[in-house]
Design a protein around this ligand. Structure first.
Ligand code: ITT
Length: 189
C-alpha cells in the first residue's frame, strides 16, 4: 500500500520510516511535487493535523496522513502547545524556542510537560485521527545531540536522559509519535 506522509519535517519522516512495516510504502511531499507550505490555521493540534491531510487530498488527490505535534507544559497552562513550531518567532528556530521556554520556567519548580501528537489519516473518503502522548519533565539545560526540536530539554518519565540523548529506536518505543503511529499501523491492518 502507498500512502503520502504530509510533512515537510524530515526528522518526522525519518522517525516514521523506521516504524512502518514493509507493506506500507511512504511517499513524501517532494515525491508528489508539493513544495509549498501547507496552511495550519486551526487553534488545536487535532485540527491542524486534519487540515494538513485534507489539503494534500484536495490539491493533489492522494490518500495521506499528517502529523501535528505540540509540547504542553503544565505550569504554562499547556503552552507552547499548538504554537510549538513558532514559539519564538516565525523562523521555526529550535534553539530560540528552547531558550524561550527555559527562560519562562526559570523560577518554576513544576517542570511537568507532555508531547502530544495527533495523526490524521484521510483514506477512502474518511478521516480518522490517532493520538499519542508522552509525559515527562522540562530539564534546566539542553542535553544531547540527537533528535530535533525540543528534544534536548525534554526528559521522558521512562528515562534518566533527554530525548536528544536517546537513540531513534529508544525514542520511538515510548514517544508521542511512536504511540500515535502504532495505532495507525493497527488500523491499517
Ligand atoms: P510539518 O507541519 O510539516 O509536519 P513542523 O515541523 O511544522 O512539520 P509541527 O507543526 O507539528 O511540525 O510543529 C511542531 C514543532 O514541535 C516542531 O517544529 C518541533 O520543533 C517540535 N516537535 C515536534 N515533534 C517533536 C519531537 O518528537 N521532539 C521534539 N520536538 C518536536
Amino acid at each position: 500500500m502507498k500512502l503520502v506522509f504530509a510533512t515537510s519535517n524530515l526528522n518526522k519522516l525519518k522517525e516514521i520510516q523506521a516504524l512502518v512495516p514493509d507493506h506500507i510504502q511512504l511517499i513524501s511531499l517532494a515525491d508528489i511535487g508539493c513544495t509549498e507550505e501547507i496552511p495550519e490555521n486551526s487553534p488545536t493540534i487535532e485540527g491542524n493535523a486534519i487540515e494538513k491531510a485534507n489539503y494534500v487530498k484536495k490539491h493533489y488527490g492522494y490518500d495521506c496522513f499528517a502529523d501535528d505535534t505540540g509540547l504542553e507544559v503544565e505550569a504554562l497552562n499547556g503552552e507552547p502547545g499548538v504554537y510549538s513550531a513558532r514559539y519564538a518567532g516565525k523562523e521555526k528556530d529550535a534553539n530560540a524556542n528552547m531558550d524561550k521556554l527555559l527562560n519562562k520556567l526559570e523560577n518554576i519548580n513544576n517542570r511537568s510537560a507532555q508531547f502530544k501528537t495527533v495523526i490524521a489519516l484521510v483514506l477512502n473518503g474518511k478521516v480518522e485521527t490517532f493520538t499519542g502522548i508522552c509525559s515527562g519533565i522540562i530539564t534546566h539545560e539542553k542535553k544531547g545531540e540527537k533528535g530535533f526540536g525540543y528534544d534536548p530539554i525534554f526528559r521522558p518519565k521512562e528515562h534518566k536522559e533527554t530525548f536528544a540523548q536517546l537513540s531513534l529506536i529508544e525514542k520511538n518505543k515510548i514517544s508521542h509519535r511512536g504511540r500515535a503511529i502504532q495505532q495507525l499501523i493497527s488500523y491499517l491492518k
